[in-house]
Design a binder for this molecule. Structure first.
Ligand code: SUG
Length: 420
């Protein structure tokens, strides 16, 4: 396979029919604040689909990962219960639609970076949060199906207790997507009152398993201040694409050392730092400025795909307008509405997993064009619950509807039942 065929593909998690606001993630300020609000799964999924359509219109290659079987009956059985008899917090943990945040599905090292020339994917164990700790078996099943070709190596998760949150704590810089890159693993040690979710030993294990070149691999500590301010994942305070690192001034614990190592490993790197004096950490996190998709368009220019909350935050929008008006590397701003996901602390970048690969090597059922997105939207319109109020998750009729909705989607996409 010639490297010219490698492109970046964004795999978005289709937002599942059980999307609700149970406030399950301490340290995730949006999710905690919106606990008990009424969620709108149908609108949420349609927002995600509209974002994917907009990406296609920008000329990007788009894929999907599918909602997991929820409630997770296998997980409940392992806990010695069925859904109906489980305590309310266990019901909420079994029902969460959190697999929508595909950035947490896996860490991906594209073929040009690895020793054996294959694209390596390590499924994340998400061990820190109970409601996310049982995502990995179905994620693994989906990835094994989508990336069954010999061009890929799909790894089971790093064993707990070494928490791994996948691509949300990983960045890649490369002159072009198909060139060897610098891979940056961002781990957490402390987060004030909140858990640091990415264990440094998990990052090191993933890098070893992927066969990365130590000279082109950096391990960097996320700042305690950022985690304490609600940046529970690095991708809430930094994002990389091509030769550009776009980060908040307070994203990293020892910024000077990290930038120094990075400039030595990649002299052409362009670091675009947003000073705290212009955009506070609080504004960056509330608006999800950095949880944007920084993408290279077919024209070669870079665009930033931002949540509408970024446009509504004056400090953020002013900084962005100045950057685009000046000579900065980000040339275009694209605003998307993913409000339902945002209210659970997941922005545009959380919803997607980036894989650099030849699309011809991927199971076509996981790739989408407009027609396939229309088909997904039809199933969502017909089957996804319009709303899930806080108290509704014990209702057996709602649960039956959620399970039927996912089944209808799998049938429409010609996918086999993967679990439960
Ligand atoms: O793990 N929210 C997710 C949001 C994940 C965002 N992902 C990235 N930044 N890449 C989380 O905190 C809330 C679900 C609830 O409370 O029901 C939640 O899991």
């Amino acid at each position: 396979m010639s490297r010219a065929e490698l492109v970046e593909i964004n795999f978005d998690g289709v937002i599942g029919p059980s999307h609700n606001y149970a406030g399950l993630s301490p340290g995730n300020l949006a999710a905690t604040k919106n606990r008990g609000e009424t969620a709108h799964p149908r609108a949420a999924a349609l927002q995600g689909i509209a974002k994917m359509r907009a990406n296609l219109t920008l000329g990007l290659t788009q894929g999907v990962l599918l909602p997991h079987a929820r409630p997770d009956r296998q997980w409940l059985a392992a806990l010695g219960t069925g859904y109906d008899h489980a305590p309310p917090h266990t019901q909420a943990q079994a029902l969460s639609a959190s697999s929508m945040w595909a950035a947490n599905a896996a860490t991906v090292s594209p073929a040009p970076d690895t020793l054996d020339g294959r694209c390596h994917l390590s499924v994340a164990n998400l061990a820190t949060m109970p409601h996310r700790s049982h995502e990995w078996p179905e994620t693994l099943a989906q990835l094994r199906l989508a990336f069954a070709d010999a061009a890929f190596a799909v790894h089971a998760p790093v064993p707990p207790p070494f928490g791994d949150e996948g691509a949300a704590n990983h960045m890649r810089l490369a002159a072009t997507h198909d060139a060897p890159g610098i891979e940056i693993f961002v781990y957490g040690i402390a987060g004030g009152p909140f858990p640091a979710r990415q264990h440094p030993d998990a990052s090191a294990a993933v890098a070893r398993r992927h066969g990365l070149d130590p000279a082109r691999t950096l391990f960097v500590q996320q700042s305690e201040q950022a985690i304490a301010a609600g940046a529970f994942h690095n991708d809430v305070v930094a994002v990389a694409n091509g030769n550009v690192l776009f980060a908040h001034e307070q994203a990293f614990e020892d910024k000077a050392h990290f930038y120094d190592l990075l400039r030595r490993a990649m002299p052409e790197v362009e670091i675009v730092e947003v000073p705290a004096a212009r955009v506070s950490l609080a504004d960056a996190i509330a608006s999800y400025l950095f949880n944007a998709q920084l993408v290279t368009l077919p024209s070669g220019e870079m665009a930033l795909i931002l949540p509408s909350e970024a446009r509504a935050t004056p400090s953020v929008w002013n900084w962005l307008q100045e950057h685009v008006a000046g000579n900065g590397p980000i040339r275009q701003l694209e605003v998307v509405d993913v409000r339902e996901s945002m209210a659970n602390g997941g922005g545009p970048a959380c919803l997607r997993l980036r894989v650099v690969a030849d699309p011809a090597t991927i199971d076509p059922r996981f790739l989408v064009d407009y027609a396939r997105l229309d088909r997904i939207a039809q199933v969502v319109e017909a089957h996804w619950p319009e709303e899930i109020p806080a108290g509704a998750i014990a209702d057996p009729a709602l649960i039956a509807r959620i399970e039927g909705a996912r089944r209808a989607l799998f049938e429409a996409l010609d996918l086999p039942e993967l679990s439960n």
